[in-house]
Ligand binder design. Structure first.
Ligand code: NAI
Length: 337
């Protein structure tokens, strides 16, 4: 079966996902596009999906009989309304992060999916599909029960519009999800420490910052977020276990002996770092959507990420204080998630 896909939000990632589905992956075809900026949807139709219909609203796209499944790749604040509409229509839905901009919004989606009775939603936490993280998770079986995680999320620079809470909502959100999955654990508290700000930051961004998350099993995770690090885009993760230490592999890069030095290039653009994992996550979505369901990261994961994010932002505001993170009982629908 070829799954007929409608894309809501045809900006940077919506266009790229449409390209993947029509040109790289198998089992799906783009039949519908919608964007508040209609010209953007028209451009994607012209360049990537000539057979697609452009719809005036996301709701009309979801209701179309030519759409079997939906990609929600619009701005974060609009995700909730479209995911709820897709669930109401009983159509599988891939939603880019965040699932919703508030924990309450994400919970509404969980409740709607639970009421539907089967999974329909996959959240775009693509790191779970990265081969480095997959290998790291497998290695934890040898290094023994995890005790500590040392991690870093570094960007060369960010625009002026990027402010202190965005370090959580836009940046740490990926670590928040991937560490829950990596450790098979939930968070119980968050604390944020600010070193002195670096010279390259601006008035509305305290950078860098260190977020300490503690899990229900007692693992302490220290993540440095440094988004004006200047030298490159660099993701680090080291898990210290009872019997050994496992580290996330570096991206493949040519090692050069040159000018009396040993050199290993470092990426500079985040888009290149997890590019392969976007293909794998969407192929997984197409496979499940062909069966009328969803797999991979769940609405529950999106909800738990939103709960932890809110606590981290609160921890930023009460610098140095530990903020408790609730982790309510997981509905049976998400038992495997
Ligand atoms: P973008 O700004 O390039 O594109 C968003 C598009 O959505 C724009 O064309 C805009 O006109 C459209 N839009 C806004 N409101 C809409 C509405 N109500 N209905 C229909 N269309 C609407 O943004 P980008 O970078 O493509 O990001 C989109 C989403 O994907 C964000 O939530 C972002 O966090 C997420 N994202 C996730 C990444 C990941 O690594 N998983 C990477 C990049 C983005």
């Amino acid at each position: 079966m070829t799954v007929r896909i409608g894309v809501i939000g045809t900006g940077a990632i919506g266009r790229d996902h449409a390209r993947r589905i029509n040109q790289v992956l198998s089992g799906g075809t783009i039949t519908a596009l919608s964007d508040v900026n209609r010209a953007s949807a028209e451009a994607v139709r012209a360049d990537i999906a000539p057979d697609a219909t452009v719809f005036d609203t996301g709701e009309n796209l979801i209701a179309s009989p030519d759409v079997d499944a939906v990609l929600v790749t619009s701005w974060g604040a609009t995700h909730q309304q479209y995911v709820l509409a897709a669930i109401a229509a009983g159509k599988p839905c891939f939603c880019e992060k965040p699932l919703a901009t508030t924990a309450e919004g994400a919970k509404r989606i969980v409740d709607a999916e639970v009421a539907h009775g089967t999974r329909l939603v996959q959240v775009g936490f693509m790191r779970r599909y990265d081969e480095g993280y997959v290998a790291l998770k497998a290695a934890l079986a040898q290094t023994g029960a995890p005790i500590m995680v040392h991690a870093a999320h570094r960007n060369p620079s960010v625009p002026e519009a990027y402010t202190t809470p965005m370090a959580i909502h836009d940046t740490l959100i990926h670590e928040i999800d991937v560490f829950r999955w990596l450790l098979d654990d939930d968070y119980v508290s968050a604390r944020v420490t600010f070193p002195r700000s670096c010279a390259r930051t601006h008035a509305k961004l305290r950078d860098p910052q260190i977020v300490t998350l503690v899990t229900a099993k007692g693992v302490v995770i220290n993540t440095e977020i440094f988004v004006n690090c200047h030298y490159g885009y660099d993701i680090q993760c080291e898990v210290v276990g009872e019997d050994g230490v496992a580290s996330l592999p570096e991206p493949m890069a040519i090692k050069m002996r040159l000018n009396a030095s040993l050199q290993n290039p470092i990426l500079t653009d985040w888009k290149d770092r997890f590019v392969a994992s976007y293909d794998v996550e969407l192929q997984d979505f197409l496979k499940a959507a062909a069966q009328g369901t969803a797999s991979g990261p769940t609405s529950w994961d999106g909800y738990m990420a939103a709960v932890a994010s809110d606590a981290c932002v609160q921890a930023q505001e009460s610098e140095g204080q530990a903020i408790a993170i609730a982790h309510p009982d997981r509905p049976a629908l998400y038992a495997q998630g």
